[in-house]
Design a protein around this ligand. Structure first.
Ligand code: ZN
Length: 79
């Protein structure tokens, strides 16, 4: 979950799974989260719904540990 102030500046991110919080200092968060923004389509049971959530790195690691096949991991060559 992302919290914004009146000027739409990011205030903090909260992990939807465990509740871990990361404050945003000047709009910058010093922890990384995975953010999902899914617009469900006609062929789903959630047509026209948009689901959004954030997971902290620990919860992401627990989620992907349950995958049958590992995630594709590539390295960025530039940051
Ligand atoms: Zn978490």
């Amino acid at each position: 979950m992302r919290y914004y102030d009146k000027e739409q500046k990011l205030v903090k991110i909260v992990c939807n799974q465990c509740g871990a919080e990361a404050e945003a200092a000047g709009g910058l968060v010093h922890e990384d989260f995975i953010s999902v923004d899914k617009q469900w389509g006609y062929f789903s049971k959630k047509d026209l719904e948009i689901h959004s959530f954030d997971l902290c790195e620990n919860c992401y690691d627990r989620l992907r540990a349950g995958f049958k096949f590992p995630v594709d991991v590539r390295r960025q060559t530039e940051v």
